[in-house]
Design a protein around this ligand. Structure first.
Ligand code: S3P
Length: 185
């Protein structure tokens, strides 16, 4: 289905994928896997799909071709995924910043911003050393700057859920509650 010109309400609720957005370390993949299991839907990690499509890691894409090239691939991969069957999608932290991707998510999905404090993001991100943007400086400073720029945009998601220090399962409970409340007339 070509959704490049979708306007108005977009896809019916029963076909909409659930799209998790938010900063690096917000818990998009961990929460997404659990949410997908509870909903009986497939889970897809956009970053992994980009790596599969490119045949190289995100770090290598940034190193060899630069961030704009990565963003082009990210946009294309997310479009392909959202034009396919319903699933739970964990997006990379920058994906929702792209206006075209945001519009597609609005038309084809339900978006959920997983919001967390800076300390939580810094702590979680320290567990993985393969995020190119966090190598551009002190990860705390980078994340703080990204928060300022991205939070107002993430706030355009359909729902905002606190994804702080508590168990991921509680975040999933809250998302399910919001989705059910919305589905109940
Ligand atoms: C990015 C976040 C990463 C990955 C890439 C860029 C970003 O994904 O897409 O390193 O711009 O915030 P996670 O949010 O899953 O770490």
């Amino acid at each position: 289905m070509d959704t490049s010109n979708v306007t108005g309400e977009g896809a019916p609720a029963a076909e909409r994928s659930i799209v998790l957005v938010g900063l690096m370390g917000a818990g998009k993949s961990s929460v997404g896997k659990r949410l997908a299991a509870r909903l009986g839907l497939p889970f897809v990690d956009a970053d992994q799909e980009i790596e599969k499509a490119a045949g190289m890691t995100i770090e290598d894409i940034f190193d060899r071709f630069g961030e704009p090239h990565f963003r082009d691939g990210e946009r294309r991969v997310i479009r392909r995924l959202l034009e396919g069957p319903r699933h739970v999608l964990a997006t990379g932290g920058g994906a929702f910043m792209d206006p075209e991707t945001r519009e597609l998510i609005r038309a084809r999905g339900r978006s959920i911003w997983l919001k967390a404090e800076l300390d939580t993001l810094v702590r979680r991100c320290a567990k993985r050393q393969n995020r190119p943007l966090l190598k551009e400086g002190d990860p705390r400073v980078v994340l703080e700057r990204l928060m300022e720029v991205r939070h107002p945009v993430y706030a355009q998601a359909n729902f905002t859920v606190d994804s702080g220090e508590g168990p991921h399962e509680l975040v999933v409970d809250e998302i399910l509650r919001l989705l059910r409340a919305e589905a109940t007339p």
